[in-house]
Design a protein around this ligand. Structure first.
Ligand SMILES: Cc1cc2nc3c(=O)[nH]c(=O)nc-3n(C[C@H](O)[C@H](O)[C@H](O)COP(=O)(O)OP(=O)(O)OC[C@H]3O[C@@H](n4cnc5c(N)ncnc54)[C@H](O)[C@@H]3O)c2cc1C
Length: 463
């Protein structure tokens, strides 16, 4: 443990801290302050890598007594950089990564600092899984607290729909368990309301039987974007819920497993995940594939769920520059299809992308007010992500992402998935929670009246 004192903070209040304390003059500070999005360059006064819930409580008290801004970091993946802050204290949960699978009870208990890859591998050993996202390096904490959309959404719902309980440290340092029976209002709020209500030190998720899935990408030339998207929008809502398929624009990376002749080629396509075997998957995909031209690549196969989850990891390592925009979408009219087709062809860099994540199937079994995640009637979550390793290209990726979003926003449902927004202001946050915002604000006033947890898509305490 480092004992040096960062400017402006005395560490006396952290006596007994069991984890690691890292300040600006400590070796490893730059590594410790870096988050996934290379565009975020914040300099906290102190990074507290907590080892226990007691460390978390000590650090919250430390920051509050000194009136320092407090950020909480799970996997550090947030596009807007909400896992860190300038000049304040960061609670970094990366030492709290315990994972306990209970195959009998079909549950997994997960430390607040875990990333999805390690959870998926541990549950996969038992032929079990819980819904997460599409990239294995994303944090369980932020993804779950914001909702959690991914390969298993249509079959088993959002990550929050499978959350059974959570252990939290509250703003006053109290440790509580939130579930349907204990602190039920708090339990409601953390299923979509983000890190506004406390620091989650462990999550308990329901597991489902998920043996090998059948999945991977089907790619067509980007020039076929309008035809493929128009067919996809008609096909997907009627497809069986075992079949998840998100529509995407991508550029084919220059390496295996992609055939050399399409390296560097802009494509549109669907990334599939069928929970079941090849024969059933092929039959489920056929109504779409049969009416479209021969694809450039149909790279589907049986594989463990965690293998599909990790498929994008190599393409998107930590440190790239990311600029995000997002919207919920109910329908994709012909005019919107044409706009997609145009911006798909104008993707500015190899890693820039647009995804349409399905929100139907099991996600529609939950009513809009059952959790804060109010857009249960939406059909897709659209994300427009400008991505490049080179900081010199930031204005280019930003311009494309914003232009694409603004052109399509009039066709959207209004709000956006909070986990895929930048810092876009209160109006946008309210639009994303719709009628659930006021209840969230009342719960915030009960559990965090001073808004200690405000480095997030912030819910303002009701007055
Ligand atoms: C490459 C990439 C792929 C993604 N893919 C998906 C996807 O498929 N599906 C999807 O739904 N989302 C996806 N996301 C978005 C992702 O859900 C958000 O970025 C999320 O905020 C990441 O969580 P984190 O813990 O890694 O982030 P962090 O930056 O650590 O934290 C994000 C926010 O959550 C809070 N937080 C995190 N952990 C805790 C905790 N234990 N207790 C209290 N508050 C906490 C933080 O305070 C902060 O406000 C992706 C993001 C990236 C960069």
């Amino acid at each position: 443990m480092s004992l040096s004192t960062p400017p402006g903070t005395s560490r006396e209040g952290l006596t007994g801290f069991e984890g690691q304390l890292i300040g600006p003059e400590d070796a490893g500070y730059d590594e410790a302050r870096a988050v996934y999005n290379g565009m975020i360059d914040k300099r906290p006064a102190l990074i507290a890598r907590c080892a226990t819930p007691a460390d978390v409580a000590r650090t919250i008290g430390f920051a509050r007594e000194r009136d320092l801004l407090l950020a909480v970091r799970g996997g550090g993946h947030n596009g807007a950089g909400l896992g860190t802050c300038d000049d304040g204290v960061v609670i970094d949960l990366s030492l709290m990564r315990d994972i306990q699978v209970d195959p009998e009870a079909r549950t997994v208990r997960v430390g607040g600092g875990c990333t999805w890859g390690e959870v998926d591998r541990a549950t996969g050993e038992h032929g079990l899984a819980t819904p997460s996202g599409i990239i294995s390096t994303t944090g369980v904490g932020g993804l779950t607290l914001g909702g959690g959309l991914g390969h298993l959404t249509r079959r088993f719902g959002l990550a929050i729909d499978n959350l059974l309980e959570a252990e939290l440290v509250l703003a006053d340092g109290e440790r509580v368990r939130a579930s349907a029976d204990e602190h039920p209002e708090l339990f409601w709020a953390i299923r979509g309301g983000g890190g506004n209500f406390g620091v989650v030190t462990s999550f308990l998720f329901r597991l489902h039987e998920v043996g090998d899935i059948f999945g991977g990408p089907t790619f067509w030339p980007v020039e076929d974007g309008a035809e493929v998207l128009a067919a996809y929008r008609e096909f997907l809502p009627g497809a069986p819920r075992e079949l998840n398929g998100f529509f995407a624009f991508h550029t084919v990376p220059p390496g295996p497993p992609f055939p050399e002749e399409i390296h560097g080629r802009k494509v549109c396509g669907v990334v599939w995940c069928y929970v079941g075997d090849e024969a059933a998957a092929t039959a489920a995909m056929a109504p779409l594939l049969d009416i479209l031209p021969e694809p450039l690549m149909h790279g589907v196969q049986s594989m463990p769920h965690h293998a599909l989850q990790s498929a994008f990891d190599g393409l998107y390592p930590a440190g790239d520059q990311w600029y995000w925009r997002a919207d919920f979408v109910n329908e994709i009219p012909d005019e919107a299809v044409e706009i997609h087709a145009r911006f798909g062809q104008e993707m500015p860099t190899l890693k820039s992308t647009m995804h349409l994540y399905p929100i139907d199937g099991a996600a529609h079994d939950v009513a809009p007010a059952d959790t804060p995640w109010s857009y249960r009637d939406a059909r897709w979550g659209a994300v427009f992500a400008g991505v490049d390793p080179d900081a010199a290209n930031v204005s280019q990726i930003r311009k494309w992402s914003i232009g694409y979003h603004e052109a399509l926003h009039p066709y959207s449902a209004g709000g956006a998935y909070v986990n895929m927004m930048m810092e876009e202001g209160q109006e946008r946050i309210r639009a994303s929670y719709r009628g659930n915002y006021e209840r969230l604000a009342r719960i915030k006033a009960t559990y965090d009246p001073a808004n200690t947890f405000r480095v997030n898509q912030n819910i303002q305490p009701a007055t």
